[in-house]
Design a binder for this molecule. Sequence first.
Ligand code: ADP
Ligand code: ADP
Ligand code: ZN
Length: 213
Amino acid sequence: MNIVLLGPPGAGKGTQAKRMIQQYGIPQISTGDMLRAALKAGTELGLEAKKFMDKGALVPDTVVVGLVKERIQQADCAKGYMLDGFPRNVSQAKTLDGMLKDLGQKIDHVVSIEVPDAELVKRLTGRRTCRDCGAGYHVMFDPPKKDGVCDKCQGQLYQRDDDNEATVSSRLKVYNDQTKPLIDYYQGQSKIRGVHGVGDMAEIFARIVKVLG
Ligand code: ADP
Ligand code: ADP
Ligand code: ZN
């Protein structure tokens, strides 16, 4: 099963993807995580991507398409995968469709998580992530037992550079202008599975499982 997780920054794509890995036994492919890993490793691609990420702008299509193309052909993707944060515009979606056609694959479902902007700002500015295992937290909505420390691995929690109010507002604008049109694009393929993204994390997960039938 090949799934696209669609939703604005802070909608809970990463949070729900972690639960879906367990449920469906397919890997999460997050282009944001891959770009941050490239930056941490100090690669040229990572340093180039940072210029765009810091502004809240999209990284050029060729960069992310290349990453995804390589990743979906790895062995653990044989039974399917979840794309988290990709595609981000119609051009990426069209390129993905062409790429999958060549591989004899297709997207089965697009889970579209809907959350109002005011809630997104609160979620993003309070988001914390473990440096070591990548687990996600929120200072108010999902706090770790000990301030700044990961419950799962005792790693250090950090705040992403782009989760400040100014960059968040640029990212929301980019979402509305460039990513939201994907809802119509995939609606045209009858693949949109809409999910109300406000409420308890476990409850939202149950809604996702339900729409995926
Ligand atoms: P969030 O989960 O908050 O939506 P991501 O981790 O998905 O954030 O993305 C962080 C940043 O990485 C984006 O603002 C953008 O600069 C870059 N990025 C991630 N995925 C893509 C993509 N598919 N195309 C272009 N840029 C991307
Ligand atoms: P995305 O990957 O879509 O950008 P995340 O999964 O990283 O979003 O979630 C953004 C922030 O919101 C995180 O701090 C997370 O703990 C928190 N969060 C996720 N789902 C919910 C929810 N249902 N209610 C409140 N906070 C949530
Ligand atoms: Zn951790």
